[in-house]
Design a protein. Structure first.
Ligand code: SF4
Length: 374
């Protein structure tokens, strides 16, 4: 299969792994920012190909994982309103709020529906003029353009029974927050593939220039990731700190200008709260005042903003999305917390680190070997 099988060749993977082992002469911590990378790393068993000197730290790039509980509570309050049809992505239905989830609300009679994109939600608004259709929007710069397009389309169609509850977040401010916190001493970053298709690589330049950390934007196949790790090691060995693109078949330095234009037209930056990180300045997207007619927060000014709610005591999701802990540090992973009974958001989404550890058996590897690789 074009663009798949050639990126999964075992002989090339072994050659890359040998070169990585040759260069990895000292311990390095590499953060893979994107949840899709976390998933791919475990799906393809990459930690078993890497030398023990390379520690992969899982970053904040799973949108479901970083959405705080009270945002789920707010969507639930909206879903309970008569006449509201609340839509969102499938994973968000299962994320626990403080007392319930959207799926449980649906079981209790609320009109909550799963959609694959905000344009599906827009279609529901066309089909149900008697309902107020709200799209509970989460995600990074990858998904925000489609929410922007839905708002623009609603305006063109004069569709007044559609609104977006925006919880979109931006990745570069979060990287800055992680670097500023110095909680985890990182050597370099595997940059996100999907987000970078939209924003390009220029927004990451500060990582190299101001903080002196290399960043390589990577694709999602095993050879993509191994090559990106090798590129990072070469930078470290040569004393360089640059932003490079491994995923050149998809990512351009300037990004997707059409998507960026739609994003800038509909949204503006705002402070946003992240699970485990608190409020990060200018890291969220809110709908501009000129599109208030399609902004759920403006449409429902009495909509309560629930209090910030901490995760359950046993759940380490907050530390995991900051890279401060790994899923095997959680006492209840694989026992009380499983994909069928998720206690925290990191177990809900396939991009969540806990779900990846559970699904691909890293949990058992970790328990068998107290000082695991990866
Ligand atoms: S295993 Fe479950 S409870 Fe533990 S950190 Fe992950 S999501 Fe939270």
């Amino acid at each position: 299969m074009k663009y798949v099988s050639e990126f999964r060749r075992g002989d090339v993977a072994r050659a890359l792994a040998a070169e990585i082992a040759r260069l990895a002469t000292r311990p390095v911590k590499l953060m893979e920012v994107c949840g899709g990378h976390t998933h791919a790393i475990f799906k393809f068993g990459l930690p078993s190909l890497l030398p023990p000197t390379i520690d992969l730290i899982h970053g904040p790039g799973c949108p479901v994982c970083v959405t705080p509980r009270d945002k789920v509570d707010q969507a639930i309050l909206l879903a309970r309103r008569p006449g509201v049809l609340l839509t969102t992505y499938g994973d968000m239905l299962r994320v626990p709020g403080s007392r319930s989830s959207l799926l449980q609300e649906k079981a209790r009679g609320a009109d909550v529906r799963m959609v694959y994109s905000p344009l599906d939600a827009l279609r529901l608004a066309e089909q149900h003029p008697d309902k107020q259709v709200v799209f509970f929007a989460i995600g990074f710069e990858t998904t925000a353009p489609s929410a922007a397009m839905a708002v623009l389309k609603a305006q063109t169609q004069h569709l007044r029974n559609f609104a977006v509850l925006s919880n979109h977040v931006l990745l570069p401010p979060m990287l800055k927050a992680i670097l500023d916190s110095r909680e985890v001493k990182l050597d370099a970053f595997i940059g996100p593939g999907h987000v970078s298709t939209i924003i390009g690589t220029r927004p990451y330049e500060f990582v190299a220039r101001r903080y002196g950390k290399p960043l390589v934007v990577a694709g999602f196949e095993p050879l993509d990731l191994l090559q990106a790790i090798l590129m990072l090691l070469r930078q470290l060995q040569e004393g360089r700190a640059e932003v490079e693109i491994q995923y050149t078949r998809v990512v351009k330095p300037e990004g997707n200008l059409l998507a960026l234009r739609a994003l800038g037209e509909v949204f503006e930056p705002c402070h946003a709260r992240w699970r485990g990180m608190g409020t990060v300045p200018a890291s969220g997207l809110k709908i501009r005042a000129r599109y208030a007619a399609w902004d759920a927060e403006a449409r429902y000014p009495d909509l309560e903003v629930p209090r910030e709610v901490a995760d359950p005591k046993a759940c380490e999701c907050g530390d995991i999305v900051r890279g401060a802990k790994k899923p095997w540090d959680c006492r209840i992973i694989g026992t009380a917390c499983t994909p069928q009974t998720p206690v925290g958001a990191c177990m809900v989404s396939p991009e969540g680190a806990c779900a990846a550890y559970y699904k691909y058996g890293r949990l058992h590897v970790a328990r068998a070997a107290p000082t695991p690789v990866g």
